[in-house]
Design a protein around this ligand. Sequence first.
Ligand SMILES: Nc1ncnc2c1ncn2[C@@H]1O[C@H](COP(=O)(O)OP(=O)(O)OP(=O)(O)O)[C@@H](O)[C@H]1O
Ligand SMILES: [Mg+2]
Length: 472
Amino acid sequence: MQNRVLIVEDTSSLSMVYEAVLTRAGHLVNCAASLAEARAACAAMPPRLVLLDLQLPDGDGLDLLDELHRDAPECRVVVITANGSINRAVEAMRAGAFDFLVKPFDESRLIKAVDNAIATLEPFPPEEERDAPETFEGFIGRSAPMQEIYRMVRAIGRSTATVFITGESGTGKEVCARAIHAVSTRARKPFVPLNCAAIPRDLLESEVFGHLKGAFTGALSDKPGAAAVADGGTLFLDEICEMDLSLQTKLLRFLQTSTIQPVGAARPIPVDVRIVCATNRDPAEEVRQGRFREDLYYRLHVVPIHMPPLRQRPEDVVDIARAVLVEYAAEEGKAFVALDPRVEGLFAARPWPGNVRQLLNVIRNIVVLHDGAVVLPDMLPPEVFVGAEDRPAAAPAAGWTAPPAPVVSARNHVAALVGTPLAEVERELIEATIEHCDGSIPRAARMLELSPSTIYRKLESWAAAAQRRAGE
Ligand SMILES: Nc1ncnc2c1ncn2[C@@H]1O[C@H](COP(=O)(O)OP(=O)(O)OP(=O)(O)O)[C@@H](O)[C@H]1O
Ligand SMILES: [Mg+2]
């Protein structure tokens, strides 16, 4: 487990150097260029150590030192002062700083100061006493439903049973398939994903089972199929419900015999693969409709895993958003380090019909279009505020959709509203107006003759209430 270090330094060239040095030394580093950014970063994710420049554009670093001393007494602070201002360093030590560095200082002095300070902290508690894991093999999220997924994936890893993953679009079915492979005894052998919806039906058989030269027009040489490439490893058949019935029959034979017969081959060849398949449709319904072979379904459905939609795990929304914000900011060369608490409240309360994929798209959108260290409510794209886009993202096979978005019910007739609490009517009206304005809060505010900040405040309080309800 790494120590989280926050660097508060407004000279970006210096901050980058410190960041590089401390990252190399194995710390998890965030940077802030002002007191405001530092406060937001501490609120979002409390650091174990703060490297604090005292001269900041929006105030005195000593103020932050006082706040940390009061609110996070376990956090160590190492102060940086300019040459010639030793008295400031002394002041900082009196105020509770652990150590100070006088500019200029070299790399080893920096590492030593940080290590000494961290050495005085309680070590991380042993694994079993720690909170539930926040990440697991490509997943982020510590919610109870995800803990159950992690438990199942670990258990499944030891067997070779076929796994059938269901779940709405964007819930992490592919991440799950990769995790199953990664924790299994097959991890060193190939993981071969094949998207049954993306390959033309007449080519799918040769993609799965391979073909021999001359087996059909265009088969210019022998080609091993995905099942042979995955020998010893895992074959991931994604969007399995898109496979046509004749190929389903061949897949069933393959599962029953553990042999494949490449197109044009005379004899079957034995292979050893673990099959994981996924669909965002309801497979039982596909069987009822006669689109999926029942015997194949039961053969594949040995260990079912259902990926929970994001709206059932609001605490994960914030964890995922924070983590990818930092990742995307690094990729896009932006300075974002934290989400404003209001943004976190809004995020946690959204229904996220496109699940994690939609959340990632929203964060990418913000990082690309805006600048700053903290994501503020006015940077959010309209879809975060309104029900208008609360429809599942159009997927090739969006058969199994989320329940419809909450409908705005109290819009048309006042008489129909008699008996409805005023607060509820107010909320319906505000949400409907925002929707009418395509998600533009300023336009909705003008129409309602309110200030935009009043609307933001209300959205926040509803989001917080929803979060509380979800936590109960
Ligand atoms: N718990 C998670 N933590 C972090 N990233 C996640 C998580 N779940 C999914 N993702 C990311 O979200 C995106 C969508 O995930 P994935 O492709 O696994 O979804 P899917 O269920 O297969 O969707 P579809 O049905 O549309 O194919 C990917 O970029 C994936 O890395
Ligand atoms: Mg997928």
